[in-house]
Write a new protein. Structure first.
Length: 266
């Protein structure tokens, strides 16, 4: 299988899936030497004020910059619990009461969220093309059919079906990616109330997270389909647009070539 650089992967994904946002390479640092090496050799940004994790991702997916988030830069109690930087406590249960039937249910739901192992030092997010490390997770903000293509290709190359998404009540971007890191399984999930407004997903974006170790195979399959069929679409083989909104077998929306271009004459 062709080895693609992270720059090539991003180019293929952006061009063929018509992505609006850069794919986000997510890296969790648990080793101090590895983190020190990153800080030494990579240009990165720090949030000027403490942000939510989904707000930090705005830098990567919209501004195209690499953002490092340590405990001091994370201003979201939900994400701190998911990252293991805060104990799961009564205040966290109370904050989930607006979603739940009662406090007992809120506690059970909060405790069931994905959670990183102890010892996280920092998380880094960057555009996939600028990944200075093999990403743990690649996170996409995309529309329905872009998500469909990514997930179908992941299921095909990994020989896993059906996909079983993991979506939590609140903590969408932080817990959604941690689930992928912990399990090695792809995930599809909706924006939570926080990532909808604070994380700027007002366009109705769907979240897709792919294990970093699998992203090369997913992109290679997409690229091979484009080269073999003439287009990257799964829904209409050979078409360049992923998810053309044309009813199957519609007799009206059909295009026929009228003529070939006239060859240039000297």
């Amino acid at each position: 299988m062709e080895e693609l650089s992270y720059q090539d992967m991003q180019r293929v994904l952006m061009d063929e899936l018509r992505l609006m946002h850069y794919p986000i390479a997510v890296k969790y640092f648990f080793d101090q030497a590895e983190l020190d090496d990153f800080k030494e050799r990579v240009a990165y940004y720090l949030p000027a004020k403490a942000l939510t994790f989904c707000q930090a991702e705005i830098g990567a997916r919209m501004e195209g910059i690499t953002v490092l988030v340590g405990k001091e830069q994370l201003g979201c109690s939900n994400a701190k619990c998911v990252f293991g930087w805060k104990d799961i406590d009564a205040a966290e249960f109370k904050s989930h009461l607006k979603y739940c039937e009662n406090l007992e249910q809120a506690e059970r739901f909060v405790r069931s969220k994905p959670r990183l192992k102890e010892g996280l030092l920092a998380a880094v997010v960057s555009p996939l093309a600028d990944a200075a490390f093999p990403p743990d997770v690649v996170h996409f903000y995309c529309d329905n059919m872009q998500a469909y293509h990514l997930v179908v290709d992941w299921m095909a190359v990994m020989d896993k079906h059906p996909l079983r998404p993991n979506m939590t009540m609140n903590s969408a971007a932080c817990a959604g990616n941690v689930y992928v890191y912990n399990t090695g399984e792809a995930n599809v999930f909706l924006a939570c109330s926080g990532s909808y407004n604070a994380g700027k997903t007002e366009r109705g974006e769907i979240n897709v997270a792919i294990p970093g170790k699998d992203i090369g195979r997913v992109v290679a399959r997409l690229k091979a389909r484009k080269e073999r069929e003439g287009g990257a679409a799964i829904t209409r083989i050979g078409h360049p647009f992923p998810g053309a909104d044309i009813c199957k077998n519609c007799p009206l929306i059909v295009f026929k070539k009228a003529k070939d271009p006239v060859a240039a004459t000297e």
